[in-house]
Design a protein around this ligand. Structure first.
Ligand code: ZN
Ligand code: ZN
Length: 375
């Protein structure tokens, strides 16, 4: 960006964001106080909100932008409709922007919603002015998606699809329940605004607020609170280092309904080839990051050199044990599949596996207690 002259405003976007926001915070509550909402409004709101957000997280994001799995055409069609309903531009356009975001994350000149330009810009400001006109029609980073007929169909008919879903769905529900205005306000506008901002938080808050367990080379954070509002996308630090993983929250206790949806669909045959990062790679990244943080903190201490040496020794030992363990684990799995491996060899291997597992656990404990002192 040169000088202080800002690119021209995009009035259509400003109108959509501003008017929907005013309706959601003023008119929807006013209508509710006047005529009251029923449980049907709440249930349809939740259904529509989930449909929109999951179409973005599982569809636009993890399927189309990152190719972390493959999906049956029926599921892709559903995501295409839900994405238009979410009013976040076409899947092709969204994915193109998002791939640039990952490639040039935090680069103020290239990342379309660079978090380094502040909360407002990364949240919504980037859509209010013509910041990205020179790349707007350039989808050369999405040639793979241009072969997806559903993606191209949605891109071509995005505007009519967006209008039909955003007006048609609430009106149909209004006719069904005898309250067209109520459904338009709750399932139409309130749902749209909350769906917009919960998604936008991933570009803004998830790059500002939270922890960095895997890398601090970019601004992305892990944030369990945000994960709740974003259907699992709050584990954004993990996502930025391992973007090809269909999971964002990798542990069972991390809230990632997008991951659960993709996994459940695989049991129904609707998704396949779900990609996960090897555990060894994840563990190594985590240890490396802990080492970096500790080294930085140690540098301020008087006996820094000595502690650093001990820390690095411990790190090397951990790396060694890790490689040994995952090596044996691989051998065990291979032996299991191979009938030619003799029984006693298999039990020997298993014994070694148990020993390595134990040794790694001990080493991990000692490592963790050491870095905890300098965290
Ligand atoms: Zn991403
Ligand atoms: Zn990001």
């Amino acid at each position: 960006m040169s000088g202080s002259s800002k690119p021209p405003l995009i009035w259509l976007n400003i109108f959509i964001f501003l008017s929907s926001f005013i309706v959601a915070v003023a008119i929807a509550p006013w209508y509710g106080m006047k005529t009251g909402y029923g449980v049907e409004h709440l249930l349809w709101f939740l259904a529509a909100f989930s449909f929109c957000n999951l179409s973005i997280t599982a569809g636009y994001h993890r399927l189309w932008s990152h190719k972390t799995y493959e999906a049956h055409w029926s599921l892709r069609l559903l995501f295409a409709l839900g994405g238009a309903f979410a009013l976040q531009n076409s899947a092709l356009h969204w994915s193109s922007d998002h791939r640039i975001h990952h490639k040039h994350v935090d680069n103020n000149d290239k990342d379309p919603y660079s978090a380094k330009r502040g909360f407002w810009f990364s949240h919504i400001g980037w859509m209010l002015r013509e910041y990205n006109t020179n790349t707007y029609q350039d989808y050369s980073n999405c040639r793979d998606l241009q072969k997806d007929k559903i993606v191209m169909w949605q891109h071509k008919y995005y505007v009519p699809l967006a209008i039909v879903t955003n007006l048609g769905i609430p009106i149909a529900l209004g006719l069904l329940h005898g309250d067209i205005w109520g459904m338009l306000l709750v399932v139409g506008v309130l749902r749209l605004v909350l769906s917009h901002h919960s998604t936008f938080f991933i570009n803004s808050l998830a790059h500002i607020w939270g922890s960095q367990p895997y890398t601090d080379k970019n601004t992305a954070r892990d944030n369990a609170v945000l994960a709740v509002f974003t259907f699992g996308e709050g584990y954004h630090n993990y996502h930025h280092i391992f973007e090809n993983d269909y999971r964002n929250g990798i542990y069972w206790w991390q809230y990632d309904p997008t991951k659960w949806l993709i996994k459940s669909c695989s049991w129904l045959g609707l998704t396949q080839k779900l990609r996960v990062t090897p555990k060894l790679k994840i563990e190594k990244a985590k240890a490396k990051q802990a080492l970096n943080t500790a080294s930085r903190n140690i540098s301020k201490l008087p006996n820094a050199a000595l502690i650093n040496e001990a820390l690095n020794k411990e790190f090397e030992a951990l790396m060694g044990k890790m490689s040994d363990y995952y090596d044996v684990k691989k051998q065990v799995l291979e032996a299991k599949r191979n009938d030619l491996v003799k029984k006693y060899e298999k039990s020997l291997l298993k014994l070694r596996y148990q020993q390595m597992k134990q040794e790694l656990a001990t080493q991990r404990k000692s490592w963790e207690s050491m870095v905890a002192q300098y965290a």
